[in-house]
Design a protein around this ligand. Structure first.
Ligand SMILES: [Zn+2]
Length: 264
């Protein structure tokens, strides 16, 4: 079995503050240990469950957050910044499933640790064909283009709620309960690591019940920015890209990967 794991940082156990997520901040180096330890538990658990090929993508910010010298030798690691259509290097139809580890709720969700969609400074919301979407939906759709179902999503309680709305029958695992954007009731990382072993096995056993996320075109994707400067900096041809008000750009197309590459 072949599994693709995408790892963000906001939903990793023990992480609640912006200072833990930003390179150069005092708490960031410690948080990299939390992240790397959790990645190693995931890889170890996948191997124990019989998975023989594992790709792990460092999907937070610069894409270089893992402590590479401490990584488990049983996986291949995609590091560094990549953009759609190459958000998940090496992804193809040969993968049996994907996992979204350490994810977070979409921008604008109340009581969700570090809620945002793609960038926490520039964009308020993204709607795809009229429905609000966050990174869980967008990444599930990218895996869906290759017929790969998302089997497991981990993060805070709001992340789990959002994942269950977006992906029928997906397995979710709550690493913490959010009290606000920077506050939560956290589980000990030691407990999270112990529970993840069971959860990984359960999510693989549940694979038959989960379909790849796919939606039919044509597509329209609306991005609402925080300020008009950001909307000003975009190019609008009036057909495939339009500015519908001061803060909102809408992109149109029949091909989802082309649309997402142009818009995001
Ligand atoms: Zn992130």
């Amino acid at each position: 079995m072949k599994i693709y794991v995408s790892v963000d940082m906001e939903g990793i156990s023990g992480i609640v503050l912006k200072q833990q997520l930003t390179r150069g901040e005092l708490l960031y180096e410690e948080a990299r240990h939390f992240l790397t330890d959790e990645v190693n538990v995931i890889v170890e658990s996948l191997i124990a469950a019989g998975v023989d090929e594992i790709y792990v993508k460092d999907a937070h910010s610069s894409g270089f957050n893992f402590l590479v010298h401490k990584l488990h030798p049983g996986a291949k690691y995609c590091v560094g910044a990549t953009k759609i259509p190459e958000r998940f290097p090496g992804l193809d139809t040969s993968f049996d499933g994907a996992m979204l580890i350490g994810y977070h709720a979409m921008g604008g969700i109340e009581k969700a640790i570090r809620d945002h969609t793609m960038t926490s400074v520039g964009w308020q919301t993204i709607h795809l064909n009229g429905s609000p979407v966050g990174e869980i939906a967008l990444d599930s759709l990218l895996f869906g283009l290759y017929n790969v179902p998302v089997l497991l999503v981990t993060g805070d309680d709001q992340t789990c709620v959002e994942a269950q709305k977006e992906i029928s029958n997906v397995t979710v695992y709550e690493t913490k309960q959010s009290y606000g954007r920077h506050a939560g009731l956290i589980k000990s990382p030691q407990l999270v690591h112990k529970e993840l072993k069971e959860v990984i096995k359960k999510s693989l056993d549940n694979k038959v019940n989960v379909l790849p996320k796919q939606i039919q075109g044509p597509y329209n994707l609306a991005i609402r920015f925080v300020s008009t400067d950001q909307a000003d900096s975009r190019y609008y041809d009036g057909i495939q890209a339009k500015r519908i008000n001061g803060l909102t750009a809408v992109y149109y197309g029949d091909n989802l990967i082309d649309l997402l590459s142009r818009a995001l």
